[in-house]
Design a protein around this ligand. Structure first.
Ligand code: 0WD
Length: 254
């Protein structure tokens, strides 16, 4: 029971295909207490049964990260219901459709601002608001993708956002290390989820990854979940600022 006694919050479960669900499953199996958030009422109906599955039916809160007040309210709820927490999972990203298809130079400022706000700045804001609750042996985890390191067809605006998220992870890690807070990212290989459905020709991405990775397979949310659990647990107590690839090794290929 590696996570026994650890309490935390997971943001970004949309359904049981979400990467955040895989992380919750791995953490719950190792004894963690997990609070969940949902984006809106439509997703609330999906997240509540998932919370129940992990015995967290009283730990489900709304949080649209584009609304600063909802992040502040989340802090108040977590403080009341959990007190001190040991981990945060940020598994959230969004870009308007125009940012994930077509010619890159046509992206509007409005789309750019939305993608950066929801996919990058939210990690900083959540960290700032929830920091008073974090123990001095805690861990923050976000989810990124290789399209922030190298060109990937159609990933476009989200690639720029992930590059910013990768550096945000590193600057946060340096800043928060002195407070006993580690900050890491998992760079997951492509997985068919709701968010992935928005990316043009995603099926090709899956096939390409499978064919060109050393392990010759795509990754599952269980595999990302297990690696996530490691980064949230004391097993990774000397690891921070890391972009940990869980991608069947795809990123090493030339
Ligand atoms: O191939 C993939 N699926 C990969 C995903 C490969 C590598 C990384 N990732 C990343 C994504 O970019 C994202 O950061 O993993 C993270 C989780 O994505 P996911 O598990 O693939 O997708 P999904 O199950 O859709 O969860 C993302 C959720 C949203 O779902 P929808 O589909 O409704 O956008 O992020 C949440 C929402 O639940 N989200 C928000 N949460 C709070 N406030 C907001 C928001 N404003 N916007 C989206």
């Amino acid at each position: 029971m590696i996570m026994k006694g650890k309490k935390g919050v997971i943001l970004g479960v949309a359904n049981d295909k979400s990467i955040a669900y895989g992380i919750a499953k791995a953490c719950a199996a190792q004894g963690a207490t997990i609070a969940f958030t949902y984006l809106n009422d439509a997703l609330k109906k999906r997240v509540e049964p998932i919370a129940l599955e992990f015995g967290s039916q009283n730990l489900v809160y709304p949080c649209d990260v584009s609304n600063p007040q909802e992040i502040k309210d989340l802090k108040v709820s977590l403080e009341k219901d959990l007190g001190e927490i040991d981990f945060i999972v940020h598994s959230i990203a969004f870009a308007p459709k125009e940012g994930l298809t077509g010619r890159f130079h046509n992206i509007s400022k409005e789309a750019f601002d939305i993608a950066m706000d929801i996919s990058v700045f939210s990690l900083i804001e959540i960290t700032k608001e929830l920091k008073p609750l974090l123990s001095n042996n805690s861990s923050i985890l976000t989810l990124t993708y290789y399209g922030g390191e190298k060109y990937i067809p159609n990933y476009n605006l989200m690639g720029v956002a992930k590059a910013a998220l990768d550096m945000t992870t590193k600057y946060l890690a340096e800043d928060l290390g002195k407070d006993g807070i580690r900050v890491n990212a998992i760079s997951a290989g492509p997985i068919k989820t709701l968010a992935a459905a928005g990316i043009g020709d995603f099926r090709f991405m899956l096939k390409w990854n499978e064919a060109h990775s050393p392990l010759k397979k795509n990754v599952t949310i269980e595999e990302v979940g297990n690696s996530g659990m490691y980064l949230l647990s004391d097993l990774s107590s000397a690891v921070t600022g890391e972009i940990h690839h869980v991608d069947s090794g795809f990123n090493i290929m030339g």
